[in-house]
Design a protein around this ligand. Sequence first.
Ligand code: ZN
Length: 128
Amino acid sequence: MYCKNCGTELPEGTRFCTHCGTDQNTTRPVCSVPDRPNTNLILAILVTLCCCVPFGIVGIVYASRVDSAWNTGHYEDARKFSKLARNWSLWGIALTILIYVLYIILLVAGVSWAMWWDSCDTFFAGLI
Ligand SMILES: [Zn+2]
């Protein structure tokens, strides 16, 4: 057998290369591939389905680019897309929460307005 790293001839079954010390049992090359970033695709799909469609779609677009960038060896781009997919999804969630809060405030304000109007109506009715 030959060393995977430097090609030195080694006795069969040798674990570590006598020349460069590389572990012959590992299938990884010496320059190991960094960990694949999370695509955040599931998060983006959830945002699209439950909350904010435009943000979720942007998230899905970036999430789908993570794997293709990674597979072509653009590790930095893959990480960047992963981060963008997460950020857009999180902004979608934040915006949805904000809209719900505003909706509740308007609802409460609307109810109190209606109640105030109702009391005025009674007041004027009493004048007539
Ligand atoms: Zn070697």
